[in-house]
Design a protein around this ligand. Sequence first.
Ligand code: FMN
Length: 334
Amino acid sequence: MYKLIRPLLFRLAPETAHHLTLQLLRVGGLQPIHALLRWMYLAPRKPVEAFGLTFKNPVGLAAGYDKDGIAVRGLSALGFGHIEVGTVTPRPQPGNPKPRVFRLVEDEAVINRMGFPGKGAEFAVHRLSSVARHRSPVLGLNLGKNKDTPLEGAASDYVVLMQTFSPLADYLAVNVSSPNTVGLRRLQGREMLEALLNEIALARRTLHIAPPMLVKLAPDLSEDELEDAVGVILDSGMDGIIATNTTLACEGLRSKFSSESGGLSGSPLRARSEAVLEKIVRRMDGKVPVVSVGGIMNPEDAKRRLDMGAALVQVYTGLIYRGPGLVREIVRSL
Ligand SMILES: Cc1cc2nc3c(=O)[nH]c(=O)nc-3n(C[C@H](O)[C@H](O)[C@H](O)COP(=O)(O)O)c2cc1C
């Protein structure tokens, strides 16, 4: 069916198409459409355990699709084993000026420079409070700092978000890897990451409910930087790593949008994301689970990541090109 819908969606500006599908899925949270979607996209059970949680299958929705948590019920009908909402920032912010998302059709890719637009934590709390009771896939929440919070004060943004969302999410992801918030990726450097994660770990000890904490990394770290980051993540007692976010390396693309600034996702990210997964798995030696994301466009890609040692996988750009049926297709193939 997506074969019929895709040409229509691709006639719209990417952000308009995104907005439209999100609103449709919002309606898809209501009965009887929810039941119909569940029937259409039902995936077989392939349970996986990771960071103390049970996932009905290893395929999740990556952060950035439902930034404010407005369509979780509808999304939960599409067969995902987990859904990562966000990135949520403490206060609302508009993000970068439009256009800020570009479809690179010839490359099966997307470039985005959204810059965490969102309605802020209070709005997301309101939305998630109404779905939390009947959440069926595991619900993750991806946390980011506001654009106008200085890097030195970033920890307080993450701590406030952690305290706010701990009772509402099954896991939390510390996003220090989006390329569209100036300076954010510097938080992946050894000293800054150590200070940030130690502060988060300290505040976490005071929580009644302390969900697993993951850290989402960029694909553009050098070997030494990655080694440092993984070491700090292990030492600070975090529960997992999500690898990777989008890349700033845009060479070798064919589309006319290839020189747009922003983070690249989809097929051209595949090799980079796999290389990072391989290094992390080797360094972690099974101590901490890895969620692999970046360029997973078909069942073979997903299977390879799991064979390489990923505990879970996530998709985003693959859904834009293949449609929601991709989730079931992957799960069936495992
Ligand atoms: C339009 C768009 C918006 C995104 N927004 C976020 C975000 O807010 N937070 C985040 O951690 N990742 C965000 N991402 C990155 C994805 O979660 C994912 O890491 C990346 O796209 C690589 O996976 P893919 O190749 O399957 O798309 C975004 C990606 C896209 C395409």
